[in-house]
Design a protein around this ligand. Sequence first.
Ligand SMILES: C[S@@+](CC[C@H](N)C(=O)[O-])C[C@H]1O[C@@H](n2cnc3c(N)ncnc32)[C@H](O)[C@@H]1O
Length: 329
Amino acid sequence: MRSLDEELTDLADHYRWFAQVEAAPVSPRYAQLAAAVAEVLAFLGTLPRPKRQANLLLGALQYLHGGPPADGAQLHERVTGDADRLRATMLARATQTNEAARCAALLPVLAGLPGPLALIEVGASAGLCLYPDRYGYAYDDVRVGPASSPVQLRCAVTGRVPVPTEVPQVVRRAGIDLNPLDPADPADVAWLQALIWPGMEERRDRLTAAAAIAAREPAEIRRGDLVEQLPGLVAAMPTEATVVVFHTAVLAYLPAPAKEAFAELVTGLPVRWVSQEGVGVLPAVRERLPAPPADDEARFLLALDGEPLAYTAAHGGRIDWLPAAAALG
Ligand SMILES: C[S@@+](CC[C@H](N)C(=O)[O-])C[C@H]1O[C@@H](n2cnc3c(N)ncnc32)[C@H](O)[C@@H]1O
């Protein structure tokens, strides 16, 4: 069987051949377009396979040029004209968006646990989901949390969402990430901004405001693998607090054995476990759903200690509470 690398090289060669042999004599425009595709494919072929993601390429282009290319021609110009810097950025950086709006789904669960809370986020990125008590919320028209916070999160709800009357007390914030980003570092914040897609502009101001909150009150984010680092971090938490281990949009990046190892580990630790992941990411949680999800279900599944509670919008802003969800506490 041919490797992906070989296929990519062949594909670039095919586009070059098409440009030069087939198109050039009759259609200079097609020749130009096919040559442009070949050059971009050839550039991607110089990168290790995990570094060829569309999101990484487009994010790096935004990061280096302050915004996305206007069109395909500009993309080609930037890829070929600035290949070394682009390659270096793609090798140095990773796709690790951080979305504070996901806190709106976490809050009803966190507020239902006995406080005070010590929060541990695995796969924390810059840790912006570690400040649920510092953001304000509007669940439909019910307001919760500090009205003066520069981060105000709107969240539509259906079902019997236990919207809290106040935010929980958080006495410790900690996290683990393979590559923690520093919310106080302008380059890291610029990278997070670059990962936001055109068309999702409302996320930018929220990111800037949440990063400023996190920078003022830094969380301890340990560098490393979440399975390896978790027991040590849990042991370092204050004993008088309820220790909550949570994660959102993280476990899909792990191979199946690592996901299983994490689920086994977290259920054996003296913690509460809040997960918010794609519906197929944790099969054991999915199996506990009262009804099987649709094949194309794109929402996340929110769960407490492995028990499904609600479907939530992947980037925040919506909670659909499950009719049969267990009581919290
Ligand atoms: C898509 S980001 C989500 C960040 C944040 N949880 C949020 O919801 O905004 C996923 C994060 O998980 C981290 N990550 C992936 N695999 C990991 C692992 N095995 N151990 C620790 N962190 C990991 C990545 O580095 C990245 O920062």
